[in-house]
Structure formats: structure tokens, C-alpha cells
Design a protein around this ligand. Structure first.
Ligand code: GTP
Ligand code: SPV
Ligand code: MN
Length: 584
């Protein structure tokens, strides 16, 4: 046995001594294994079969009603030095954290099966990929990990010859919010999660490994682990350009990654290719460009708002072999959520007869899990071990006011400031109040595994001789008028903005320079086939200088929260913009 496998076996044995499972099952990732697990979950009630005629091999899982979103207040980064976790994370000393959570794990798997889940984040043969092993007592987690990662024998083989893997220990525990912690030990490449069966709390390959732990590793090794979609845009000449975009949770990544071009664009030959919808790992290649992989193998997407009009690609991938979590069902047992566009809910997400007085039928953070092979716009480039070259990086948020439809940063440093200054209205993806504007730098507030000051310095460090970095942009699909309506139609029409962005990257289109960056003028956007009230368009590409002066002050105060680790170059950039605003 290789020493790597010996280390893995030792750890599994040690966990088994602590948690005392009745059985230990090593997952091989095979179809037979998946089928057996599914049958077992149908029997236990963990899964409910959906209509086999309309949705073959699709199942519904209902979470405990108190366990339906990520829990940021119970998520900790446990570094030896408290400062390294930064004010952006909750911190606990590693010894204290281990003791606290191990006490919960003590004996927690008695009478249950412990699953050992080897997985690879990224294509098995990519040098950019990294492996992990999740130990869990939840068959639902195993089924999700199988769709979301390259799970099983191939991953184990890679672990056997590779230096290291991330250790993740998970138990659903009693699902008691008072006995729930999601703990990260970046210096030990270890994650421990207890008391939640939900998404980012429990599928440890995703946010815990691929963002919190990976961002730490990426800083040490010279790459970036980001909360970004990756999408390929093919123009009528057949050239494909890749864009990576960071939007906070439930702010449009899945939708942009699977965008369907508006009819006028489709007719001209525009196509969109999906590489990833949530996480992007990227690093400079020998040619100086940034090359990116999607470490995931599937989508864990938001149901509500996903409909035939807004995202037909997403709907099309959900009619076979999908797991649905906390959605409603129709009388004939099809999945249903607000905005799906068809049918009526019969049972709500808790399985009660639907009653509008009890709130929405589907939980606002209800989700689907599918393999990316289900997606009609999926591209085999997602399997390319080299990754894809990134032409533009986009930062976006959900802002009903202030932030224009699109703004181009003047250079990398300005772009990093744009990312660092991002703010967005909170959503149902995490427990807590919804709709409150908070700073969410690079859409990484809940996910950066170390001090934001160090993180910004790391971003700035990519700007060095020999690199051909992507241009950076900021977008906002969520501007609203005084009466609350969205000023921009969004979804497929976002391609009009992507076209301007890609044309800017190749110096093919003009814009208007302002204190906050370059904005398109009306004539710079391709609005063919779009009926947009002139006032709405004006508002979308205008800037309110007085409001931006206030924003500049707020950004300075926000940066100051990360002192003394804020890079001087970032502060100077902020002052440059404040001065430009003062002069405009
Ligand atoms: P996570 O999986 O939580 O990281 O979310 P995400 O960023 O992938 O968000 P997603 O694409 O699932 O969108 C979340 C919600 O925003 C859904 O209700 C969408 O319908 C809505 N949405 C997405 N794109 C747009 C857009 O361009 N305009 C408007 N108005 N809403 C959008
Ligand atoms: C998010 O909240 O950003 C998600 C869902 O993508 S979860 O996997 O729960 O983090
Ligand atoms: Mn996400």
C-alpha cells in the first residue's frame, strides 16, 4: 500500500473509533452503488420518487425545516494566528475547535453507515485539480457528491499517487441548530462539519474545500480559487472567448453560465457554452494568460426564478436524473417552484398541502443537483486539463440603485478595487435577513479562507511583467425603477452586455470614460430586437456623481476595517477615484 493510502486508512480508522459507525462503506462512484444508495434512501424516506413519466430517475429530498441554507454565523476558520483568518471570518483556536466539534462527533454514527467518499475537484488528469476525501454518515450527501464531483475509484487512484488530499469529516448529527458547526483548519487541510445536511454546509467539496481551503492553498501556491462561473461566448465568426464572473450567492451565476442568446443574436450565430456555474480555479499559464478550470462536475442550482422564459437550458437539464431539495410538487408529482412558469403546487416544500398563507410553496433557497452532462450548453472544454483562457473577469451584485449596468475598470488595480468594494443585497442562500446591502468583496465574503487584506494583496500580485491579464468589469442586472420594476430585462439579454465587454477586450468598441471607469454609451450596445424604455436605459448607463462620492467614502471605511493588512496600492487607487469624483 502506498504511504498516501496508509495515511488515508489511518485517518478513516481514527474517525471510526471516534464516531463508532456500524458499517464502513468506501464509495467507488459506480452506477450500481448509486442505484443501491437511491433504493436505500427511497426506503428510509430520505428521497421521494418524482413522476417517472415526466422526470425519470428524479427524486425529492426534504430537509429539516431549520436546515435549509448555509449558516455563516456557525462557520469558522481556525488558524493558529487569529489575524490570519481576518475580520471577514469567525475564528476559533484550532485546539478549542477540535475539542468542541469532536465532542459532538463522539459516537454520533452508532447504528449508521459511515461512507468514505474520495473525490477530485477538477478533471482527473488536470494539474490544476486537487483531491479530497469526505467521510459522512449521510447517503444524501454521497448522492450529491457523486453528481457534483469526480467521485470514487478514479479519485482514489489520484490520491494514491499524489502528495496530499483535503480531509473532510461530516455528520448530520441531530440537526439541532445549537449543535451545528462548520469548521475549517486550513493549516491542516481539514474540514469538520456537524449538525447540518444542507448544501454548502455538508457537501464539503464545494464551498468548504473548493473555496475556503483552496483559497488558502491558492495563495501559497500562486493561483486563485474564486466564487465564479465560467462561460464561453461564441461569436458569429466562430471564435469562443471565456469569461469568469463573480456574483454573490443567488445573484445570477447559474443563469449567466447557461444563458440562451436573444433571438436576434441566435439568428446571427451567437452561441453560449457552459464550463461552470459556481467555482473557478485559475492560474497564469506559460503564455501569461489566466487559465481556468471548473473544479465541480455538476450544478447545485437555485430553483425559484428558473423558468422556461428565463433559463430554458436549466429546465431542460432537470427532467431526468436530478435531485431536488425543498421544492414543492404538483398534484401529479412533478417538481414545482415560484417562477417555473407551468403547473400548480399541490404540496409545499415541507410536504404540507399548499396554502399561500404559509409562504412560498418552494423554499426560496430550494435547489436542484444535476451532473453537468445534463446541461444542453455543456462544453467538453470543461474537461480540458489545461483549463480555458479567461478574456474578462466580471464582478456583479444585486443593487437596486447606484451601480450601473456595466463599467470597465481602467486597469488590474482598479479592477481589484472594484471587486474589493463590491456590495450586494443578501439572499436566501444563507440564513439571516434577506435584502440587506452588505459588502461582499469578490463575492467571497462567506468563502475566503483567510484575511481579506492578504487576499487583495494576492490578487494584486498577479499584475507583473509577462502576464496578459483579463480586463475587469463590474455589472448589475438588478437595478430597479422607483416603482420597483427591473430596469434591465436580464437573463438572455445579458449577452448584449457580454458582447460589449468582449469587444472592449479587443478594442472593437467605444465607451465613455468617467471617474468610476468606462461605461457604454447607448450607441455602443447592440439593442437589436430589444424594447427598452429610453428612460430606463439612460438610468442604467448614467452615474449619480453625488451618490458615488458617498460610496467612495463608504468604500474607504470598508477598506479600513481590514487594516493593517490593506495593500497601499489599493488605498491609493481608492483615493484616485475619490479625487476624480470630487473633480467631476
Ligand atoms: P448560487 O448557486 O447561490 O451561488 O447562486 P447563483 O449566483 O448561481 O444564482 P442563480 O443564477 O441561481 O440566480 C438566483 C436568482 O436570481 C434566480 O431567482 C434567478 O431567476 C435570478 N436571476 C438570475 N439572473 C438574473 C437576471 O439577469 N435578472 C434578474 N432580474 N434576475 C436574475
Ligand atoms: C451558494 O450559497 O453560493 C451556493 C449554494 O452555491 S451552497 O452550496 O449551499 O453554498
Ligand atoms: Mn454559490
Amino acid at each position: 500500500m502506498s504511504s498516501q493510502l496508509a495515511a488515508l486508512n489511518d485517518w478513516v480508522a481514527q474517525v471510526a473509533r471516534l464516531t463508532r459507525p456500524e458499517h464502513i462503506h468506501w464509495c467507488d462512484g459506480s452506477d450500481a452503488e448509486d442505484q443501491a444508495l437511491t433504493a436505500h434512501m427511497l426506503e428510509s424516506g430520505d428521497l421521494i420518487a418524482l413522476n417517472p413519466d415526466t422526470h425519470p430517475h428524479c427524486h425529492l429530498h426534504r430537509s429539516h425545516p431549520s436546515d435549509v441554507a448555509r449558516v455563516e454565523h456557525l462557520t469558522f476558520v481556525c488558524t493558529r494566528d487569529r489575524e490570519d483568518a481576518g475580520p471577514n471570518n469567525h475564528w476559533m483556536a484550532p485546539d478549542e475547535a477540535h475539542a468542541k466539534i469532536d465532542a459532538l462527533f463522539d459516537g454520533c454514527m452508532q447504528g449508521r453507515t459511515m461512507y468514505v467518499v474520495p473525490y477530485c475537484m477538477g478533471p482527473i488528469d488536470s494539474p490544476l485539480s486537487r483531491c479530497g476525501v469526505e467521510i459522512t454518515d449521510s447517503p444524501y450527501v454521497v448522492a450529491n457528491m457523486r453528481r457534483m464531483t469526480r467521485m470514487g475509484a478514479a479519485a482514489l487512484a489520484r490520491i494514491e499517487h499524489e502528495g496530499s488530499f483535503v480531509k473532510g469529516l461530516h455528520s448530520t448529527g441531530e440537526l439541532d441548530p445549537d449543535r451545528r458547526f462548520i469548521m475549517h483548519f486550513p493549516e491542516e487541510l481539514t474540514i469538520k462539519s456537524y449538525g447540518s445536511g444542507y448544501g454548502g454546509n455538508a457537501l464539503l467539496g464545494k464551498k468548504c474545500h473548493a473555496l475556503r481551503i483552496a483559497s488558502w492553498q491558492a495563495r501559497q501556491e500562486g493561483w486563485l480559487a474564486e466564487h465564479m462561473l465560467i462561460v464561453g461566448i461564441e461569436n458569429p465568426q466562430g471564435e469562443v472567448r471565456y469569461v469568469a464572473a463573480a456574483f454573490p450567492s443567488a445573484c445570477g451565476k447559474t443563469n449567466l453560465a447557461m444563458l440562451i442568446p436573444p433571438a436576434a443574436f441566435r439568428d446571427k450565430g451567437w452561441k453560449v457554452w457552459t464550463v461552470g456555474d459556481d467555482i473557478c480555479w485559475m492560474q497564469p499559464g506559460a503564455d501569461g494568460r489566466l487559465w481556468a478550470i471548473n473544479p465541480e462536475a455538476g450544478f447545485f442550482g437555485v430553483g425559484p426564478g428558473t423558468g422556461a422564459r428565463t433559463n430554458a437550458n436549466a429546465l431542460a437539464m432537470l427532467n431526468h436524473d436530478a435531485i431536488f431539495t425543498n421544492v414543492a410538487v404538483t398534484a401529479d408529482n412533478q417538481p414545482w417552484w415560484e417562477g417555473i412558469g407551468d403547473g400548480e403546487p399541490a404540496l409545499d416544500w415541507q410536504g404540507r398541502p399548499y396554502d399561500p398563507a404559509q409562504g412560498p410553496a418552494a423554499h426560496p433557497n430550494s435547489r436542484f443537483t444535476v451532473s453537468m452532462h445534463n446541461c444542453p450548453s455543456y462544453t467538453p472544454e470543461a474537461e480540458n486539463p489545461r483549463g480555458v483562457p479567461i478574456s474578462a473577469i466580471i464582478f456583479g451584485g444585486r443593487r437596486r440603485s447606484l451601480v450601473p449596468l456595466v463599467t470597465e475598470a481602467r486597469d488590474w488595480t482598479h479592477g481589484v478595487l472594484m471587486g474589493a468594494a463590491m456590495a450586494s443585497e443578501t439572499t436566501a442562500a444563507a440564513t439571516g435577513q434577506v435584502g440587506v446591502v452588505r459588502r461582499d468583496p469578490m463575492a467571497m465574503k462567506p468563502f475566503c479562507g483567510y484575511h481579506f487584506g492578504d487576499y487583495w494583496a494576492h490578487w494584486l500580485s498577479f499584475d507583473r511583467p509577462g502576464t496578459k491579464l483579463p480586463k475587469i468589469f463590474q455589472v448589475n442586472w438588478f437595478r430597479r425603477g422607483d416603482d420597483g420594476h427591473f430596469l434591465w430585462p436580464g437573463f438572455g439579454d445579458n449577452l448584449r452586455v457580454l458582447e460589449w465587454i468582449l469587444d472592449r477586450c479587443e478594442n472593437r468598441v467605444e465607451g465613455r470614460e468617467t471617474a468610476i471607469g468606462t461605461l457604454p454609451r447607448r450607441e455602443d450596445l447592440d439593442l437589436d430586437g430589444l424594447e427598452l424604455p429610453a428612460d430606463d436605459l439612460d438610468a442604467l448607463i448614467d452615474i449619480d456623481v453625488a451618490a458615488w462620492r458617498e460610496e467612495a467614502e463608504a468604500v474607504a471605511a470598508h477598506l479600513a476595517e481590514y487594516e493593517p493588512r490593506v495593500p497601499a496600492a489599493l488605498k491609493q487607487e481608492q483615493q484616485r477615484i475619490a479625487a476624480a469624483l470630487a473633480a467631476s
